[in-house]
Design a protein around this ligand. Structure first.
Ligand SMILES: Nc1nc2c(ncn2[C@@H]2O[C@H](COP(=O)(O)OP(=O)(O)O)[C@@H](O)[C@H]2O)c(=O)[nH]1
Ligand SMILES: [Mg+2]
Length: 335
C-alpha cells in the first residue's frame, strides 16, 4: 500500500489537498460520496480515533484544543471533527474561545471540521462514521471527535471512536451530568475538567461511586445481533481496563500530558487484549445490519408502493387489522 501508484485518485487528492478533503466531507454530509467512500475504505484503519463527549460547557472544546497542541508537539498530525452546535469550531463560541483556536488554524498538521447537526441525530451517527473514515484515509495520526453527550444518539456517535473520553466538570449543578445522561458506561477514560473550580472532590466521589456500581459495560455486548460476537475474553482482573478518572484544567493545559499518556495506554490495551478487534467486529456487524434494514425497507416500499403502505396504516388505525398482520401482509405483497 506504500506504492503511491496504487492509490485511488480520491485518496491521493485528500492526502495532498485540504480543499479536496473539505469538499469530500461536504459530499459525505450531503450523502453524495458513496463511490469515494468505497474507494478510500481500504486505506483507512491507521488513525487513533478518540471521542471526547460530555455535557455542554464542561470544557470539551478547550480540552480538544490542548490535546491537539500536545499531539502536534509529539510530531503527530491531528484532525478534529466537532459534532456540536455550540462548539467554538463551528463558530458558536465567545470571542475568547475563537482567539484560543487561532494557533491551531495556522498549523498545516491540523485539520478542523465542524458538522451541522440539523436533521435527525440517528442519521448523523452514520454520517459521522463516514467522515471519520475519510479523515482516517487522509492519513491523520489522530482523529479527535467532539460530541455533546446528551443521549442515545451521542452515545452512538461516540461509539465510532476507539477511545472514548467522557468529560465532567464541577459546578454545573448538583447532578453529575455524565451519570444523568447515561454516558458514563461508554467512558474509557473519565476526565474531571475545571479542576480549578470548587466542588471537584464531590464530583470525583460521585464518579468513583458510579464506577464501583458497575456502570462500565463492554460495548460489544450491545451490538452485533447479525453475527455472533464472542464475549470479551476474561483474562483476569489485572489485565482488564479499569476506567481511570483524571483531572484537567483546560484553560491552561494542566493534566493534558497525563491524559495523553492514558490514551496511549488505552490504545495499547485495546490492541494487546484483542478488544479492539472484537469492538470493530461488533460495530461493523451492527452497521451492516442497519444499512441492510434500510435497503430492504426501501426496496419493499418501492415494490408495494407508498400508497399501499399508507392504506395499510389506515386499516390498522381503523382496527381492521393488527400491526403485526399488517407488516406480514406488506411483506407477502412485496414478494
Ligand atoms: N475555570 C475553568 N474554565 C474552563 C476550563 N475549561 C474550560 N473552561 C471554560 O468553560 C467554558 C466552556 O468551555 P468549552 O470548551 O467551550 O466547553 P464545551 O461546551 O464542553 O466544548 C469556556 O468559557 C472555557 O473557557 C477549566 O479547566 N477551568
Ligand atoms: Mg464544545
Amino acid at each position: 500500500m506504500s506504492d503511491v501508484a496504487t492509490l485511488p485518485p480520491i485518496v491521493t487528492a485528500i492526502r495532498e489537498s485540504r480543499r479536496a478533503l473539505a469538499r469530500l466531507l461536504t459530499r459525505i454530509e450531503n450523502h453524495a460520496a458513496a463511490s469515494e467512500l468505497a474507494a478510500l475504505y481500504p486505506f483507512g484503519g491507521k488513525a487513533h480515533l478518540i471521542g471526547v463527549t460530555g455535557a455542554p460547557g464542561t470544557g470539551k472544546s478547550s480540552l480538544v484544543n490542548w490535546m491537539a497542541k500536545a499531539y502536534r508537539a509529539e510530531g503527530k498530525t491531528v484532525s478534529i471533527l466537532a459534532v456540536d452546535p455550540t462548539s467554538p469550531f463551528s463558530g458558536g463560541a465567545v470571542l475568547g474561545d475563537r482567539i484560543r483556536m487561532r494557533d491551531l488554524h495556522g498549523d498545516s498538521g491540523v485539520f478542523i471540521r465542524s458538522m451541522a447537526t440539523r436533521g435527525n441525530l440517528g442519521g448523523i451517527a452514520r454520517t459521522t462514521k463516514d467522515m471519520i473514515r475519510a479523515l482516517d484515509a487522509a492519513g491523520f495520526d489522530i482523529v479527535l471527535i467532539e460530541t455533546v453527550g446528551a443521549g442515545q444518539s451521542e452515545v452512538e456517535i461516540a461509539s465510532a471512536a476507539q477511545t472514548v473520553i467522557v468529560v465532567e466538570a464541577p459546578g454545573l449543578g448538583d447532578d453529575v451530568q455524565a451519570i444523568k445522561a447515561g454516558i458514563l458506561e461508554i467512558a474509557d477514560i473519565l476526565v474531571v475538567n475545571k479542576a480549578d473550580n470548587p466542588g471537584v472532590e464531590s464530583t470525583l466521589r460521585a464518579l468513583r461511586a458510579a464506577l464501583d456500581l458497575g456502570h462500565r459495560v463492554e460495548r460489544v455486548m450491545h451490538h452485533g445481533k447479525l453475527m455472533d460476537v464472542p464475549a470479551v475474553p476474561v483474562i483476569g482482573e489485572d489485565s482488564a481496563w479499569q476506567t481511570p478518572i483524571l483531572q484537567t484544567i483546560a484553560t491552561n493545559g494542566t493534566g493534558v500530558s497525563e491524559l495523553l499518556t492514558k490514551i496511549a495506554e488505552h490504545r495499547a490495551y485495546l490492541q494487546e487484549s484483542g478488544v479492539q478487534r472484537l469492538r470493530e467486529r461488533a460495530s461493523i456487524s451492527a452497521e451492516i445490519e442497519e444499512r441492510l434494514r434500510d435497503l430492504l425497507l426501501a426496496r419493499l416500499i418501492e415494490r408495494v408502493g407508498a400508497a399501499h403502505v399508507q392504506a395499510t396504516i389506515e386499516r390498522v388505525l381503523r382496527r381492521e387489522i393488527d400491526p403485526n398482520s399488517a407488516a406480514q401482509a406488506l411483506l407477502a405483497d412485496s414478494g
